[in-house]
Design a protein around this ligand. Structure first.
Ligand code: ADP
Ligand code: MG
Length: 248
């Protein structure tokens, strides 16, 4: 479903933490309309690469381009304002707030210094209702988010990300720890966002069945280095990927 225009590009990104090279000279490219997967063993540098792309970390070397613009070292909130929205590996819902209020808060503006709370507009309320209905959470809207199941919290987080009307959505292990039926649901929602709302998706995932089924293209990292890229089929048959996972 890709239209071709490059949305995200990294040019030789390296990120060091002291003596550790977490991301080592990595080039990746995500094109408009794609669902791109990012895989690799634990500690491969996947989340760190995401952090460099979204501006929550500054790369030690290399550049990040968003729609052709050099956004290296832009603060996260500024990149987010351009439509690049990110979901975290560990859920970040406000557990003491209701589900509906979580949705409405995510419509507020994050200036990077503070979150500017304002009374939600009727458009935001309408959108929150529409999304919660779509996600099957509207009936639970007055429940504190902390009382939801883990899988429901992941769905809520997805809804919160959609409240920002993303152009590109980065998801860090969206399927992590959720049960098989919710996994199917989530895959459907991700596909819908991609096909119906034209959201370009870049996702880290450990669940191989999930990432192979949902992705158009996949990058594989190991020890910070890009070891392979290709279609799911190519990646599944790539020797260096097999080696990385089997520790050969
Ligand atoms: P992945 O997401 O692929 O599991 P990460 O990007 O989280 O891997 O981590 C890559 C490597 O960088 C790991 O060795 C990790 O311990 C290290 N690392 C990640 N973040 C930091 C940090 N803020 N400070 C120091 N080391 C870090
Ligand atoms: Mg990670």
């Amino acid at each position: 479903s890709a239209s071709g225009e490059t949305v995200i590009r990294t040019d030789r990104i390296t990120k060091r933490f002291g003596g550790l090279v977490a991301v080592d000279d990595v080039d990746i490219e995500v094109r408009e309309g794609e669902i791109v997967g990012l895989i690799g063993p634990n500690g491969a540098g996947k989340s760190t690469l995401f952090n460099c792309v979204t501006g929550s970390l500054s790369p030690s070397e290399g550049s990040v381009y968003y729609r052709g613009r050099d956004v290296t070292d832009w603060p996260q909130h500024k990149i987010a304002r351009e439509g690049l929205v990110r979901m975290f590996q560990h859920t970040r819902v406000y557990s003491e707030m209701t589900i509906l209020d979580n949705m409405l808060v995510s419509a507020d503006e994050d200036t990077g210094l503070e979150r500017v709370f304002r009374p939600p507009s009727s458009a935001a309320r309408e959108r929150a209702k529409e999304l919660l209905q779509y996600l099957g959470l509207w009936g639970l809207r007055d429940l504190h988010a902390g009382r939801m199941s883990f899988g429901q919290q992941k769905l809520l987080e997805f809804g919160m990300a959609l409240m920002a009307d993303p152009d590109v959505l980065l998801m860090d292990e969206p399927a992590g720890g959720i049960n098989p039926s919710m996994l199917e649901q989530l895959m459907g929602y991700i596909r819908d966002a991609n096909t119906e709302s034209s959201v370009t998706i870049f996702l880290i995932e450990h669940n191989m069945d999930f990432v192979m089924e949902v992705s158009d293209r996949i990058y594989a990292l190991a020890h910070g280095e890009k070891i392979a890229d290709g279609t799911p089929e190519e990646i599944q048959n790539d020797d260096s990927v097999l080696d990385a996972y089997l520790g050969r």
